[in-house]
Design a protein around this ligand. Structure first.
Ligand code: UD1
Length: 421
């Protein structure tokens, strides 16, 4: 792991065009879904970032063959032999748990080490496990491992207590090869789930309803090879839009599905930004102080928790007092202490942050604690007076492709300092 840092000179107005990469959170379940297919799957538009490279390792660990050139990935899962994932790999990335559903459906057994909590919360798996059990899976949890086995999967009606993205995806992937019909109620509605439905149906599955709170899956005997292009990364697109506003810039963000980021567009407009949508590109212009406002994170189509830290960074330089409520993860204000080091005025009470906007942030030494907290500090540094040293860029590398090149092209002044152990 590299422990690189960014050295960023703030107050540069961002201007120009930036193209959003393919979605990380869509690619990860799509990669897991390839386990279900007989033959090979080709995914295009896959971002070259560390979470994806880790998922490749997970698939290789299971015996699959993966080729990744530029942004095109070819996955051949016919050579799958293993059914256990290395503990170290599981620790690197929570999303490895997405192989549970497809592995149990295709292979009949799988063993993973239980993913731990992470910086932003405890992140339980009870809904995944409940759903799998209802499909006929026997689950044993021992010594920190989850061991799942099933002779045969049967369709079932599954109600989720919370609309979990990962649990919805896992159950969809298990149910496509089950006998009979599965109905998921209170399903998560995120666009990444619709993307997964689209790939599964190209492989010959019978899934409908993704994007709504009820998903119907009619089991089929087998799935075949397919080709699919990943949807654009809505969180990356939102990050660029917020960056444009924070630097009083004028940026065209390309490769966006505007509908996927409508809550962010609405909030940016509410605060005074000028946003023009033209097909799959969004132009964001802003001058002067942004106006304070309140934000509450919710499951899709609510305001995404993955953009809360970045938006909070913007509110630190808004005019007036804002309130940010985080309802999805219990510990997602780790960026706050670092933003305060940059001169922000923020008070946290439980899951609520009160932000009293100041005219300026000041550059200093800060450290990323997780991916999106890192993105928030990156944006704060772009807007701050003078220089910022941002440590632990490895967190940001998990989720943003070619960040330096993209921002340099927009006029940011930044440098990556490679630190070797
Ligand atoms: C996905 C995203 C992540 C995003 C999150 C919420 C991927 C790879 N990651 O994570 O970037 O922040 O959605 O939009 O797509 N929960 C339970 N029991 C469970 C599962 C979840 O109580 O079994 C709760 C969680 O604690 C959380 C809420 O449900 O409060 C949503 O989590 P979930 O949608 O499952 O997040 P992930 O799929 O892990």
């Amino acid at each position: 792991m590299t422990m690189d840092r960014y050295v960023i000179t703030g107050k540069q107005r961002l201007q120009g065009v930036v193209k959003t990469s393919g979605s990380k959170n869509a690619s990860l379940p799509l990669m897991a879904a390839t386990i279900l297919a007989e033959g090979q799957t080709v995914l295009t538009g896959v971002p070259r970032i560390n979470d994806i490279l880790n998922m490749i390792e997970v698939l290789k660990n299971l015996g699959c063959k993966v080729k990744f050139e530029r942004n095109e990935m070819t996955i051949d899962t016919s050579t799958l032999v293993e059914n256990t994932i290395d503990e170290e790999l599981m620790r690197k990335m929570r999303a490895s748990n997405l192989i549970l559903g497809p592995m149990i459906a295709k292979n009949g057994r799988v063993k993973i080490s239980r993913p731990g909590g992470c910086a932003i919360g405890t992140r339980p798996m009870d809904q995944h496990i409940k759903g799998l059990k209802l499909l006929g899976v026997t689950i044993k949890e021992k010594h920190g491992y989850i061991e799942a086995s099933a002779d045969k999967l049967r369709g079932a009606e599954i109600y989720f207590d919370v609309p979990s993205v990962g649990a919805t995806e896992n159950i969809m992937m298990a149910a496509v090869l089950a006998e009979g019909t599965t109905i998921i109620r209170n399903a998560a509605k995120e666009p990444e789930i619709v993307d997964l439905q689209n790939l599964l149906n190209k492989m010959g599955a019978k899934v409908r309803g993704a994007g709504t709170h009820v998903i119907h899956i009619e089991g089929v005997k087998s799935l075949h090879s397919a080709e699919h292009t990943v949807i654009p990364d809505r969180i990356e697109a939102g990050t660029h839009m917020i960056a444009a506003v924070m630097t009083e810039g004028d940026v065209v963000v390309e490769n966006v599905v505007p509908e996927h980021i409508s809550p962010v567009i609405a909030k940016l407009r509410q605060g005074g930004a000028d946003i023009k949508i033209d097909g799959d590109s969004v132009r964001v212009k802003h001058q002067g102080r942004f106006k304070s406002l309140d934000v509450k994170t919710l499951a899709y189509p609510g305001f995404p928790t993955d953009l809360q830290p970045q938006f909070l960074a913007l509110l630190t330089i808004a005019e007036g007092t804002s309130i940010v409520s985080e309802t999805i993860f219990e510990n997602r204000f780790q960026h706050v202490a670092e933003l305060v080091r940059m001169g922000a005025n923020i008070t946290v009470e439980g899951r609520t942050a009160i932000i009293r906007g100041a005219p300026n942030l000041e550059g200093t030494f800060v450290e990323a604690t997780d991916l999106r907290a890192g993105a928030a500090l990156f944006l704060a540094a772009l807007a701050a007076e003078e220089g910022t040293v941002l440590e632990r860029v490895d967190h940001i590398d998990r989720g943003y492709e070619n960040l330096e090149e993209k921002y340099r092209t927009l006029g940011a002044k930044l440098q990556r300092v490679v630190k070797r152990d």
